[in-house]
Ligand binder design. Structure first.
Ligand SMILES: [Mg+2]
Length: 459
């Protein structure tokens, strides 16, 4: 992307943010509840914070990130991981990690990833859709929480993303799914079962669901909202389970559950809740889901991964990584993660599917969280995450966006250079909606978020 286009994109960022606020105003005018006031208030505060620069925010999080700052950082860093991996279309699906690293060397005059300036870098479809999920959630939440209100709102925002896909390389299944959604979002259940809907298009836009349904007792609601948000486009379990995983791991990060426990918790608690949800009476595509879940592609890949890392036994164990785990070895392992017969027997384009996007993101974060000594600085930790989750061949904007969202939920902006996040496209929207989701969480209350969501009969 050339510089002029980048500047245009930043200019429209501001305009679209204002347009978004107008829509929230309109909702207030027709009598929406006080939550919308809260959302508006928090977004105004974030705007004011941005106007005076982000240095004070950075100083604060370096001491100890609050839950609100971690929500903001999760949204912002999701955008950073995406923009960095996409690099205006130059690095996404680049066939060679060595080429990406040579480019990085040139861009930073050999100073490395921490010196990379992402000012004016555009985000790809991943962040446009992730923002739609987050803004849809923020506007669709009210107490008592209703699945239909949330999903109409998320679907409505997701529908709008089609107007903002130019030069962002959206996936075909995503576009086809979004086309089916009506402008008002009320037909959010309309996507038929699609055995080809297995890509990472759900996983790349659902991490933020774990910022709202963040407590242990919210798991069933997190599963329901993550599945339905994912099924706007990805109705096969290999696709939508990636979306549930991305959301659940953000919630685990907010709960400060040790990262090495996340995979097993997913298998033991989250997957059974997913099966219970999609197979319950009144659900759609029950026969197709039964068949796909019994084949168990997503689950068996996770079980394989946890065995590879020595995390399959009972009790929290330290993961085992190769003693030398550089870029070349990671390329080989990421391909192994992606290999799945008959879907992807050769392991091409690592990270592009529902299962390998979250597995590669998790492998990157797991290494950073468990293999670096106490003498390592936060900046070095973030840099390592960028190398492992972003600077690799394949669908690196998606793996980068997912891993960075989880990192933000864990650590806020700790260790992230200002030049990585200050000027990235849609920075203001990410900040605002992250804070709005935290405010909504506090306003509604954990108990209301845990109340069972009503399941609608098929329409
Ligand atoms: Mg993308």
């Amino acid at each position: 992307m050339d510089a002029a286009l980048a500047e245009d994109k930043l200019a429209t960022d501001g305009e679209q943010h204002l347009a978004t606020m107008d829509e929230v105003d309109a909702q207030n005018a027709v009598g929406n509840d006080s939550l919308q006031d809260t959302v508006l208030q928090s977004m105004d505060e974030v705007d004011a914070q941005n106007a005076v620069g982000n240095d004070s925010l950075q100083d604060t999080v370096l001491q100890s990130a609050t839950a609100a700052e971690r929500c903001q950082a999760s949204m912002v860093l999701g955008g950073v991981g995406d923009a960095m991996g996409y690099r205006g279309g130059n690095w996404e699906f680049c066939a060679s990690t060595s080429k990406i690293l040579r480019d990085l060397d040139e861009l930073t005059s050999g100073r490395g990833i921490a010196a990379l300036d992402c000012s004016n870098w555009m985000v790809s479809d991943d962040t446009v859709e992730h923002l739609a999920t987050a803004e849809g959630l923020a506007r669709g939440l009210a107490a008592p929480v209703s699945i239909d209100a949330i999903m109409c709102s998320v679907a409505r925002e997701t529908k709008k993303t089609a107007n903002d896909f130019t030069a962002r390389a959206p996936g075909k299944t995503e576009q086809r799914g979004i086309k089916l959604i009506d402008v008002d979002g009320r037909n959010w259940r309309s996507k038929p079962f699609d055995s080809g809907a297995v890509g990472c298009g759900a996983a790349m836009r659902t991490a933020c669901i774990g910022l709202i349904f963040r407590d242990e007792e919210h798991l069933e609601n997190l599963v329901a909202i993550a599945i339905e948000t994912s099924r706007l486009t990805k109705t096969h379990p290999t696709g939508y389970l990636g979306g549930v995983c991305a959301a659940a791991f953000t919630a685990f990060a907010m709960q400060r559950i040790p990262v090495q426990m996340w995979g097993r918790l997913f298998l033991e608690r989250v997957l059974p809740a997913c099966a219970a949800y999609v197979l319950q009476e009144g659900q759609r595509h029950i026969r197709e889901n039964q068949e796909a879940l019994s084949q168990g592609a997503f689950e068996s890949k996770w079980r394989w991964y946890l065995r590879e890392r020595g995390l399959h036994e009972d009790g929290p164990a330290a993961p085992s990584f190769p003693s030398e785990y550089g870029a070349a070895k990671r390329d080989v392992f990421y391909s192994q993660i992606s290999q799945l017969s008959p879907l992807n027997p050769s392991g091409k384009n690592p990270g592009s599917k529902g299962y390998d996007s979250v597995l590669i993101a998790y492998d990157a974060l797991l290494w950073v969280e468990t293999q670096l000594g106490p003498g390592c600085t936060d900046t070095e930790r973030w840099a390592e995450l960028c190398h492992r989750a972003v600077l690799h061949r394949g669908d690196n904007d998606s793996t980068g966006s997912i891993a960075a969202s989880w990192y933000g939920a864990l650590h806020g902006l700790q260790g992230v250079p200002l030049r990585h996040h200050r000027g990235v496209e849609y920075r203001g929207r990410c900040d605002a909606v992250g804070l709005a989701l935290d405010r909504a969480f506090r306003h509604i209350g954990s108990r209301h978020l845990a109340a069972p969501l009503q399941l609608l009969a098929d329409r």
